[in-house]
Design a protein around this ligand. Structure first.
Ligand code: SF4
Ligand SMILES: [Zn+2]
Length: 123
């Protein structure tokens, strides 16, 4: 089962746990395992590193001093995700363009393979 680090006591706990079994900190909102309640570390605010604060789209009244929030999305994680997506798209695009540029070669290799299989199975 997946583990997460409790933001309060830093013990490893089940990612579905509603409260931390060590320090009783609430980890999920509304008692629902699917709704993570993000918590700020001591002396910090979640909004400082939140995507929705940076792009100015958050309308929550606790912004910019949220200590816990269900919608928090770390800006660094989001940027890393976008970069990962971009590089996988680039990889797909380069494979597609290589296939496009080498269609004749692929066709010849395909025909050779068919001939080879034909020779193997008829001899
Ligand atoms: S979503 Fe939550 S953490 Fe993010 S800016 Fe709004 S209040 Fe702050
Ligand atoms: Zn804890």
């Amino acid at each position: 089962m997946a583990k997460i680090s409790c933001p309060q006591c830093h013990q490893q706990v089940d990612s579905q746990a509603i409260t931390c079994p060590y320090c009783r900190t609430t980890l999920k909102a509304y008692g629902h395992p699917g709704i993570t309640l993000h918590r700020a570390a001591k002396g910090t605010y979640l909004c400082d590193t939140c995507t929705y604060h940076v792009d100015d789209s958050c309308t929550f009244p606790q912004r910019p001093y949220a200590k816990d929030c269900t919608l928090y999305q770390n800006i660094a994680d989001r940027n890393a995700q976008i970069e990962e997506q971009k590089s996988s798209n680039n990889f797909d695009a380069s494979i597609k363009s290589w296939i496009k540029r080498n269609q004749a070669l692929i066709l010849i290799l395909g025909l050779l393979l068919i001939c080879l299989l034909f020779v193997i199975f008829t001899s």
